[in-house]
Design a protein around this ligand. Structure first.
Ligand code: SF4
Length: 424
């Protein structure tokens, strides 16, 4: 099924690519060039053979140069003839894989900032963050799927940004290969697993994320097995069903974070659209391959979702779901009003869940000193914009508070309503 979906999407992509290529009459204009990372190998083959009259094997050569060797300049692709190299340079834009910024945590975790658009007159383009998480036995790359996020989970910094836009598959791949190149050149390491747990709700950008996964799976590209990739969702039920119906093959993680609708409504507004019964019922009905499990993420928030009642309810809620629970002590985020659980509470949750036969792990967050831990990603331009917006709002409220009580709060709520209109 995924092939059928990708094929129909491929038709559109190829037509757009061909239109761009045919539309160039006065030499290559950057905006008319086709982003190389946006084409799957079959799509690339079609463009190369149909429109450029090149042999089909050029696609394999290009994939090898770009995805295996990290060479994005056709001039350096020495097994391709000079004439074709020149034509390729005029047809495809190859991404700049250099991150705009890199920070390194004392625990070895690395956070990257990528500029995914060149910006407006004030120089504030779209920025996203990716994190290379260093663990004793493996390295995990965490990538973003959107600029900001529409879902507004109240404990998450990214949720405070609102949604600017979805990332294209090419922009998702730029993060992956930008980190890969830096890892190879400067650290001599490589990630073993990849998670869509950075900025954004991956299933809100379903097409971009699944196309990126199929590009990453390509045996002529990075050849990353689907089981090495995990997509984490806040619970977009129709997309969860579609993900399994289409056989995408990557792992699923669901951010649960509450055992009652009352609490989940308050901290994850998506729950008002897809409440616990519907979300868990959907997970229960999935036909998973034997031994495959869904990861249930549970961010422990002191005094909010970490009571003894929550602890006793959780295993009951998960009955019938092939699940493993990942407990995540909350990472403090300035200004959001939540706190990590007490150490005793965390130990109690871990041992009690184990006693009840639940597979449970604790995710000790990495990169806290560089704001790279779970739920802490927010671009610095957004931090500045938020501070500035708060300052302006405070000023306007001081001027007119008597006429317009709660105007700032209403405006914020209104904007969130608009951004989240797809869901609520
Ligand atoms: S936790 Fe995930 S879904 Fe919720 S606001 Fe943050 S990025 Fe979005």
């Amino acid at each position: 099924m995924i092939q059928a979906i990708l094929l129909s999407a491929a038709g559109e992509v190829i037509s757009r690519a061909i239109e761009r290529i045919m539309g160039r009459h006065n030499g290559p204009q950057p905006e008319q060039m086709q982003d190389f990372f946006s084409l799957t190998r079959p799509e690339l083959e079609e463009v190369l053979t149909q429109e450029l009259g090149m042999p089909r094997y050029r696609a394999d050569q290009l994939f090898r140069w770009v995805y295996h060797r990290g060479v994005c300049n056709p001039e350096q692709m020495t097994d391709i003839g000079k004439r074709d190299r020149e034509r390729l340079r005029g047809v495809f834009s190859f991404p700049d894989l250099t991150p705009a910024h890199r920070a390194i945590s004392s625990d070895g975790t690395r956070k990257y900032l990528f500029a995914v658009s060149s910006g407006n007159e004030e120089g504030e383009g779209d920025r996203v963050e990716s994190v290379m998480i260093k663990q004793p036995a493996r390295m995990t790359l965490c990538v973003s799927s959107q600029v900001g996020c529409a879902l507004g989970c109240t404990f998450c910094q990214t949720g405070t940004m609102g949604l600017t836009r979805h990332l294209t598959e090419a922009e998702i791949l730029t993060q992956v290969f930008g980190v890969v190149r830096d890892a190879e050149e400067n650290f001599g390491d490589m990630f073993s697993n990849m998670v869509f747990m950075g900025m954004g709700e991956p299933f809100h950008n379903y097409d971009g994320v699944t196309r990126a996964i199929s590009l990453l799976n390509d045996p002529h590209g990075l050849a990353l097995a689907p089981r090495k990739i995990t997509v984490s969702t806040a619970g977009l039920v129709p997309a969860i069903r579609r993900f399994f119906e289409e056989g995408v093959g990557a792992n699923l993680a669901v951010s649960l974070n509450a055992t009652t609708n009352e609490v989940r409504d308050a901290i994850m507004p998506i729950n008002k659209r897809y409440p616990l019964e519907e979300l868990l019922g959907t997970l229960r009905a999935l036909q998973l391959p034997r031994r495959k499990k869904i990861t249930i993420e549970y961010v422990l928030l002191r005094g909010v979702n970490d009571s003894e009642g929550d602890l006793q309810r959780l295993p009951k809620l998960l009955r019938g779901i092939p699940a493993k629970v990942n407990l995540i002590p909350y990472n403090f985020n300035d200004g959001l009003g939540f706190h990590p659980p007490a150490e005793d509470t965390l130990r109690r949750w871990q041992s009690e869940l184990q006693r009840q036969g639940v597979v449970v792990t604790v995710r000790w967050s990495k990169g806290r000193d560089i704001d790279a831990a779970c739920g802490q990603l927010v671009t610095s331009s957004t931090r500045r914009a938020k501070k500035e917006a708060a300052r302006r709002q405070q000023q306007s409220e001081l001027v007119s508070v008597s006429q317009r009580p709660n105007s700032g709060e209403n405006a914020l709520n209104k904007s969130r309503e608009l951004e989240a209109a797809d869901f609520f």
